[in-house]
Design a protein around this ligand. Structure first.
Ligand SMILES: NC(=O)c1ccc[n+]([C@@H]2O[C@H](COP(=O)([O-])OP(=O)(O)OC[C@H]3O[C@@H](n4cnc5c(N)ncnc54)[C@H](OP(=O)(O)O)[C@@H]3O)[C@@H](O)[C@H]2O)c1
Length: 294
C-alpha cells in the first residue's frame, strides 16, 4: 500500500533528502514549505493535517538556530514545541502516525554518555529545552508518534559543518576547532532513508507498537569537532589539507551552551528496527563525493 505522507519542511537538510528519496519508496509525499504552512502558526499546521488526511506526518522543519534561540525563546518554543504538539493532536484525531525529529542537545553531556532513550534529559540551552518540550507534548497528544533524536546533521546541501569547514579552508585563514566536544555525525540522507524505509511499518502500526516512542538515530562512531574537520580536509583536500588547531569549549564563547559529550546510544535502533547505521566516515565520503560532483 502506498503510504500517503505529509511533510512539514522543504528546504532544510532532512526535508531535502526526504523529498529526493521519496521516489525510491512506495510513498506519495506532499511537502509543505514555510510559505505553505508556517510552524509559527500551530493552528494552521493542525488544519493542514486535517485537510490532507495523510497516513503519516513527518516534521522535517524546526527552529535550528541554536545560538539565536537564546534570544528568540518564544519563537523557538512555538516552532519546536507548540507546533509539533498541535500537529500531534491533529494526527491523533485523523488517525495518522507521526514522526517528529529531536536532538541530542536534550542531554547536558555531563556524564553517562552514550545516552539511552530513557536517560534523564537535561538541556543546557533554549533550543534543547524547546525540542525536549516538543517531544513530551507530541507523546502526550499522539499515541502513534515517534520522536527521533539525531545529532550533528550533515549533507551536501544547506548549512552544516562540512560545508562551513570547506568554505573556511578555501579562505586560507588559520583554523581552530573545538577539540573537547564529541558526538556522532549524522547523514541527513541516512536519516531520511531510515524514515522512508520505516514509513509502511509506522503507518500500519497500532498504538503500543514498540516502533513508537523515542528513538536515537545517528551514524555509528564518535569524533570530536576537530577530528571531524581533519577527516573532512584529509579526504577533500589531501596533501593540501590545512593544519587544524585545537580549542577548548570554555575558550570559544557562544550565546548557547553546548554539551561536551551528548553521544547517543544506538541500541534501540538495532533492537526495534534491526538497523545498524553505517560509520560516519562512510557517510562523509558520500557527501564529499556529491559536493565534488557539484
Ligand atoms: N542540524 C543539526 O545538526 C541537527 C542536530 C540535531 C537535531 N536536528 C534536528 O533535525 C531536524 C532537521 O534539521 P535540519 O538540519 O534538516 O534543519 P535545517 O537544515 O536547519 O532546516 C530547518 C528547516 O526548518 C524550516 N523552518 C524554520 N522555521 C520554520 C517555520 N517557522 N515554519 C516552517 N518552516 C520553518 C526552515 O525553512 P526556511 O528555509 O524557510 O528557513 C528549514 O527548511 C530538526 O528537527 C532539527 O532540530 C538537527
Amino acid at each position: 500500500m502506498t503510504v500517503k505522507i505529509l511533510q512539514f519542511g522543504t528546504t532544510g537538510q532532512l526535508a531535502t533528502e526526504l523529498t529526493r528519496q521519496a521516489a525510491t519508496h512506495d510513498v506519495a509525499l506532499t511537502a509543505l514549505s514555510r510559505a505553505d504552512c508556517d510552524l509559527a502558526d500551530p493552528a494552521a499546521c493542525a488544519r493542514a493535517v486535517a485537510s490532507h488526511r495523510p497516513d503519516l506526518v513527518i516534521i522535517a522543519a524546526a527552529y535550528t538556530a541554536v545560538d539565536l534561540a537564546e534570544t528568540e525563546r518564544d519563537l523557538a518554543r512555538t516552532v519546536n514545541a507548540l507546533a509539533p504538539a498541535a500537529i500531534a493532536g491533529a494526527c491523533q484525531a485523523a488517525g495518522a502516525a507521526l514522526v517528529n525529529v529531536s536532538t541530542d542537545y536534550v542531554f547536558d553531556g555531563a556524564g553517562g554518555a552514550p545516552y539511552a532513550e530513557e536517560a534523564e534529559p537535561h538541556p543546557l540551552n533554549v533550543y534543547g529545552a524547546t525540542k525536549l518540550e516538543g517531544e513530551r507534548l507530541v507523546a502526550a497528544a499522539c499515541a502513534r508518534s515517534l520522536s527521533i533524536r539525531t545529532s550533528w546533521v550533515v549533507s551536501a546541501h544547506g548549512k552544516n559543518f562540512v560545508k562551513t569547514m570547506l568554505r573556511v579552508a578555501a579562505a586560507g585563514n588559520p583554523l581552530k576547532v573545538v577539540d573537547d566536544q564529541s558526538g556522532r555525525p549524522t547523514s541527513a540522507a541516512d536519516l531520511a532513508g531510515f524514515i522512508l524505509g520505516q514509513a509502511p511499518r509506522l503507518a500500519a502500526a497500532k498504538t503500543g507498537d514498540p516502533a513508537f516512542g523515542l528513538l536515537h538515530f545517528a551514524n555509528s562512531g564518535e569524533v570530536t569537532w576537530k577530528g571531524f574537520a581533519e577527516a573532512i580536509f584529509a579526504e577533500a583536500l589531501g596533501d593540501k589539507a590545512p593544519v587544524v588547531g585545537g580549542q577548548k569549549t570554555a575558550d570559544y564563547v557562544t550565546p548557547a551552551r553546548r554539551p561536551l559529550r551528548a553521544t547517543m546510544d544506538l541500541g534501540r535502533l538495532q533492537a526495534v528496527f534491526g538497523v545498524t547505521p553505517r560509520p560516519w566516515q562512510a557517510a562523509l565520503s558520500e557527501i564529499l563525493a556529491e559536493l565534488k560532483a557539484g
